[in-house]
Write a protein of this length. Structure first.
Length: 340
């Protein structure tokens, strides 16, 4: 997909200065293609990054139609966009029944794009500044209860190297709360057994230190013993990578998901649970045990505290449980302070 001059400058800025992933930059580019097609009057409402949209295709496809216009014309159109055009675009998306979350994401793309143009003195003010982001329906992240986590972690066998690896993966995800992308990026020397921490490379190439439990480290050590023996008889093993596939190459996030699906089925747990659910579980359990929100924010590598605050809603049941134990309902036996 080719982009206009200023769009490409913005995408280069995201990739090389902000260090966004290629996939994220591609999503921003697709959003801008769709917005440009709307401004040029050539949009059919589709965006390849969003999947199919059910509607009659009375106009040409967005990206194809945009490509038919000269780059100078597209740049001129984007630079002269006003607030009414942006609002019209949001109405256009709403009519085509895009979800509020998707519309909010597309609006965020436009905010970033026009903020970039203001900084580069391409325009005097952003046409998106006065546009409100649509209110989102708050969806609480799914998390596992302690017993469910325990059942999952105990499922992989530890008498062979692949089982030992899978157990180490699950233990690491839950013990540290790191993302799957961060897990597969771990190298052997990222695990500090003495300091009981893991060196994590997070989003935007930002690095942080994540504490890890001694029990998880024991499981990793057990796996590494298997791994090193395997590597001695297989010259293809990458010596620096921690979690490798059967060929000795770095595991992919998709492979981790497939492994987890297998153990969820074996443990009799909901197959809709994902590796990210262990991250949610880690955060929820930390708060339930009294950790403060700022600490959990640091551990998760969240840039904004508001991202972490969603987990406070998940701890309501724990707070209610504490309250009920101190203030029994009528008919309940009062708590015995001697035995509590």
């Amino acid at each position: 997909m080719e982009h206009s001059t200023i769009t490409q400058k913005f995408l280069d800025y995201l990739t090389f200065e902000k260090r966004f992933s290629v996939h994220t930059a591609k999503c921003y580019g697709a959003d801008l293609q769709q917005f440009t097609a709307f401004l040029l009057g050539t949009s059919d409402g589709s965006n390849p990054e969003d999947g199919p949209v059910t509607m009659s295709h009375q106009h040409g496809g967005g990206a194809t139609a945009v490509a038919a216009h000269p780059s100078t014309e597209i740049d001129r159109t984007l630079l002269h966009t006003d607030v009414n055009a942006v609002r019209g675009y949001l109405a256009f998306l709403n009519e085509r029944e895009y979800s509020k979350a998707t519309i909010a994401r597309k609006l965020a793309t436009l905010r970033s794009f026009y903020k970039f143009l203001v900084k580069r003195n391409e325009i005097a003010a952003s046409p998106v500044a006065a546009v409100r982001t649509p209110k989102q329906e708050k969806k609480l992240p799914r998390f596992l209860e302690y017993e469910e986590v325990k059942r999952l972690l105990e499922t992989p066998p530890t008498d062979n190297w692949l089982g030992a690896r899978d157990k180490a993966i699950l233990e690491t995800l839950y013990s540290t709360g790191i993302r799957v992308s961060e897990l597969v990026a771990l190298n052997m020397d990222d695990v500090d057994f003495l300091g009981e921490v893991v060196h994590v490379r997070g989003k935007g190439k930002k690095e942080r230190i994540a504490p890890i439990s001694s029990s998880a480290l024991q499981v990793i050590q057990h796996y590494m013993e298997y791994r090193n023996k395997r590597a001695q008889s297989n010259g293809n093993f990458d010596p620096k990578v921690l979690f490798v596939n059967k060929h000795g190459r770095r595991l992919s996030t998709r492979s981790v998901r497939r492994k987890m699906d297998k153990y969820l089925k074996m443990a009799g747990l909901d197959p809709a649970i994902s590796p990210h659910t262990l991250r949610h579980s880690f955060a929820t359990h930390m708060l339930n045990k009294g950790a403060d929100l700022r600490s959990v924010q640091e551990l998760l590598g969240h840039q904004s505290l508001s991202t972490t605050q969603v987990y406070t809603h998940l701890t309501t049941s724990k707070i209610k449980e504490i309250y009920d134990s101190a203030h029994p309902r009528k008919g309940d036996a009062p708590p015995n302070p001697i035995h509590n």
